[in-house]
Structures are given as structure tokens and as C-alpha cells.
Design a protein around this ligand. Structure first.
Ligand code: SDX
Length: 436
């Protein structure tokens, strides 16, 4: 970061001494006011629940311009990556900062494909779950359990160990997600087939059975690969911030990524695609397009706590560029499957049109986000709704590990330890039992 040459002067109306705070510039985006010395010099904290105005770190990985609806991975626009690259190219870019050349691409694909199997013991963890356990409960357990196999071979402060852990996590997530799915279906696990592409391997582990040959449908494989690319990283979102904070204690990367999986599960975050699809199916069940007006009325009613799932975003106050790409993928997949008249897709398009014209949503800058359409694509591919967030976690693992490795590699990093505004009881003595 570069000193901006401008400073912020903090002064107090009670005559307390004022303080100059340096301002730094990034390469793009908002400047930051460095408050690291604030408490030491003023005895005061800043207060920013939800971190709406707080930069937790400096990063070179992903940049979002919420007003322009722009998303850049290492400077490359998501629209170009989603149409000109595949997910493993995107993983290479996020991890190493540049797109791979032909040799690097070949080496990286081979490296990842050589780590797709998980230890045979992993399958016994699954047996501890009920068959109807939510896949995210299973994934939180399985990813954390990876620590048991690699904890003693991962020195988080060794860059080479960090790289091996990154490859292991990227390579094994599809295998674990497919195992979670097969366990729920009561079907045998399908081992990875390394001659297939990353997304093709995942589709085969998901949908193949020992009874017949399985040839992945290339349109669906491409759609799956695009879903992975669009979900790969997204600045300091809730789950990435969780991974950074968890990793800042020096814990092993598998445990830190498991924390990210747990955070992503929430419906306000990665669980929104599952919630958005359940919302569309509820509207469909209760009358479809004719009932949208009634539903929108509920959303506007502050007492209803009903939200338009798949809409709104903390950063995008314009269209989420990923939603546009996901909408295109919807058309491609439904067209390839002869589902152009899929009622749920038509309902989603109607709901989107009505919401985009409604003053309530326009005034609050509530536009469709990536989750609004990703559920429809995944449902068309044959992915059960309950697995949507696990697939989001599969894709986001590369972002989490790239951000974690960037933090650990930053000489300035230290364990995260926010403070608070205490509004509880003043000091008081414990009364005897008969006086309470
Ligand atoms: C992801 O951070 C990331 O980058 C996340 C993510 C990633 O890739 O990592 O992009 C993935 O999590 C996408 C978001 C998925 N979540 C949803 O689709 C769930 C529905 N969306 C909302 O929960 C909400 O929009 C959030 C949580 C996404 C953002 O919330 P904010 O920015 O804190 O906005 P807010 O809660 O302050 O809302 C501002 C106003 C409020 O109304 P008023 O009090 O001003 O009258 O907008 C309303 C909210 O009630 N509002 C909504 C709404 N989202 C916000 N009203 C109806 N439906 C919604 N979806």
C-alpha cells in the first residue's frame, strides 16, 4: 500500500488532543485510514459492527467494485475468466497471481489430479452421520477431519507445506462432496477418474454407478466448471474473513477451511442458493407467477421477516456480475436439456423483472446476486437442493486457501483479536445466596 500524502486529523470536542492518521492508497478502490495507533494514543476504539467501513487486511487477490458491478480475480474481469478459462486455470491464478502458460497449465492439472483420492479411512467418518444429515453438516465434519490425516505434515509457516495443503484441498473437495452426496443417496462411492477434467471428474463421482458406464454431458460439465469459477473468491466475505481469523492463530489450513465451510452454510451467505430455490418452489407450489405480488408484499412487510433470497448484497449495489453470467448459463443448460419452459426458471425471470421495477428494491439497491440463478442451474443438472452450498464450498476453497496463504505470508500479520464497546454491568460483588 502507498502513503496517499494526505492525512486525516481526528479532533475531539472535549478538547482532548487531536491525532493525525495516515491515509493509504490501494492500486484501485477506496483509500484506507490507518487507525492502528488510535487506541494507543487516544484510549478509544473504532466501532463498526459487521465491518461495513473496515478493511481487515491488504490483499492482491480479488477486487469488487459494488457500484460498477465489477469483479476482478488478480485484475482479470470475471466475464473474461468465465468464458476464456477453466476452473483450474482460475485456481492457478488465485494461488500464484498469474494465469498459467501451456506448460504450467499441464503441470498444475496433473498435480491436482494426483491428489483427488482421500484416505480410505475418511469413509468411516461418514458412517457416523444419519443418511439424511445435511451435506454441509457432513462437509464441516469431513474437512475438519482432514486435519487428522495431515496435521503433522503441515507447517503453516512453511510456504511449500502451504502449497501442498492448497493442492490437497482443491483436489479433494470434489471427492468429499460427491461422497457426502452418495452417502445420502445410499449409493456406493465412485473413485475419481483422473483422465477426466476437474468438473467432469466431479460429475462422474456424483452421478456414475457401478452398474453402467457414465459419460459426462459436456454442456453440463462446462456449466459446473463455470459455477466453480464464479464462486471461487470474493474479497473478505464472511467465510473468507472466518478462515483468515481462524488461520491467524496458526492452526492448520484444514481446520481453518473447515471454519469457512461452517460459516458459508448460513442462509445470509452461501446457504442463500438453497434458500432461493426453496423460496421459488414455495411460490410455485402456492400459485406461481400469479402469487408473486402477494409474496413481494410479505417481503416488504417488516414484521414478516421474509426476505427475497438471492437478492441484495453487502457490496454489490448494482447488478452482481456473476448473476448475469449465471443467468446465461441457465439458458444454456435448460436449452441443452430441453427445459426451456422450466416453470421455475420462468418464475425466477418474472420475479427478477418485478423486483427490478419495484421502488422498494430499487431504493434499497437490491439486485439478484449469484445465488438467485445458481440454484436453478444446479437443479437442472440434477444436484439436490441440499447440496448447493456444499458445491459453493467446493468452489470457494481455492479462494479461502489463497487468502489464508496470503495472510500467513504477510510479515505484518498477527493473530486477529477485535475489541468491543462494553455496555454490561459495572464491577459488583457476589452476594450471598440468601441475598440474590
Ligand atoms: C453471498 O459477501 C459476499 O461477498 C457474499 C457472497 C460471496 O460470494 O461470498 O457474495 C455470497 O453471500 C451472496 C448474498 C446471498 N444472500 C442472500 O441472497 C440472502 C438475502 N440477502 C440479504 O440477507 C442481504 O441482502 C445480505 C445479507 C446479502 C446483505 O445485507 P446488508 O448489506 O447487510 O443489507 P441490509 O441487511 O443492511 O439491508 C438493507 C435494506 C434493509 O431494509 P431497511 O431496514 O433499510 O428498510 O435492504 C433490505 C433490508 O431489510 N434487504 C432485503 C434483502 N436484503 C436486504 N429485503 C428483502 N430481501 C432481501 N434479500
Amino acid at each position: 500500500m502507498t502513503p496517499s500524502g494526505v492525512k486525516a486529523t481526528l479532533s475531539f470536542s472535549d478538547g482532548s488532543p487531536s491525532m493525525d492518521l495516515p491515509i493509504y492508497k490501494g492500486s484501485i478502490g477506496p483509500d484506507v485510514i490507518d487507525i492502528r495507533k488510535l487506541y494507543g494514543q487516544t484510549g478509544k476504539f473504532t466501532y463498526d459492527p459487521g465491518f461495513l467501513s473496515t478493511a481487515s487486511c491488504q490483499s492482491t487477490i480479488t477486487y469488487i467494485d459494488g457500484d460498477k458491478g465489477e469483479l476482478l480475480y488478480r485484475g482479470y474481469p470475471i466475464e473474461q475468466l468465465a468464458t476464456q478459462c477453466d476452473f483450474l486455470d482460475t485456481c492457478y491464478l488465485l494461488l500464484y497471481g498469474e494465469l498459467p502458460n501451456a506448460q504450467q497449465q499441464q503441470d498444475f492439472h496433473k498435480l491436482v489430479s494426483e491428489h483427488t483420492m482421500v484416505h480410505e479411512q475418511m469413509q468411516f467418518f461418514l458412517r457416523g452421520f444419519r443418511r439424511d444429515a445435511h451435506p454441509m453438516a457432513v462437509m464441516t465434519g469431513l474437512v475438519g477431519a482432514l486435519s487428522a490425516f495431515y496435521h503433522d505434515s503441515t507447517d503453516i509457516n512453511d510456504p511449500r507445506h502451504r502449497e501442498i495443503a492448497a493442492i490437497r484441498l482443491i483436489a479433494k473437495m470434489p471427492t468429499l462432496v460427491a461422497m457426502a452426496y452418495k452417502y445420502g443417496e445410499g449409493q456406493p462411492y465412485v473413485y475419481p477418474r483422473n483422465k477426466l477434467s476437474y468438473a467432469g471428474n466431479f460429475m462422474r463421482m456424483m452421478f456414475a454407478t457401478p452398474c453402467e458406464d457414465y459419460e459426462p454431458n459436456e454442456v453440463l460439465v462446462r456449466a459446473m466448471d463455470r459455477i466453480f469459477i464464479l464462486h471461487a473468491d470474493h474479497e473478505q466475505n464472511a467465510s473468507t474473513s472466518t478462515v483468515r481469523l481462524c488461520g491467524s492463530s496458526g492452526t492448520n489450513p484444514f481446520a481453518a477451511i473447515a471454519a469457512g465451510v461452517a460459516c458459508l452454510w448460513g442462509p445470509a451467505h452461501g446457504g442463500a442458493n438453497e434458500a432461493a430455490l426453496n423460496m421459488l418452489e414455495d411460490i410455485q407450489r402456492n400459485g406461481g407467477v400469479e402469487k408473486i405480488g402477494e409474496f413481494i408484499k410479505q417481503v416488504k412487510d417488516k414484521n414478516s421477516s421474509v426476505k427475497l433470497m438471492g437478492f441484495g448484497h453487502r457490496v454489490y449495489k448494482n447488478y452482481d456480475p456473476r448473476a448475469k453470467l449465471m443467468r446465461e448459463t441457465c439458458h444454456e443448460v435448460l436449452g441443452a436439456l430441453g427445459l426451456e419452459n422450466d416453470p421455475l426458471f420462468k418464475l425466477a425471470m418474472s420475479l427478477e423483472k418485478i423486483a427490478l421495477e419495484d421502488e422498494y428494491f430499487v431504493a434499497r439497491k437490491l439486485y439478484p446476486n449469484v445465488d438467485f440463478y445458481s440454484g436453478i442451474v444446479q437443479r437442472a443438472i440434477g444436484i439436490p437442493v441440499s447440496l448447493f452450498t456444499a458445491i459453493f464450498a467446493l468452489a470457494r476453497t481455492v479462494g479461502w486457501i489463497a487468502q489464508l496463504n496470503e495472510m500467513i505470508g504477510d510479515p505484518e500479520y498477527k493473530i486477529g483479536r477485535p475489541r468491543q464497546l462494553f455496555v454490561g454491568s459495572q464491577r459488583r460483588d457476589v452476594p450471598p445466596l440468601d441475598k440474590r
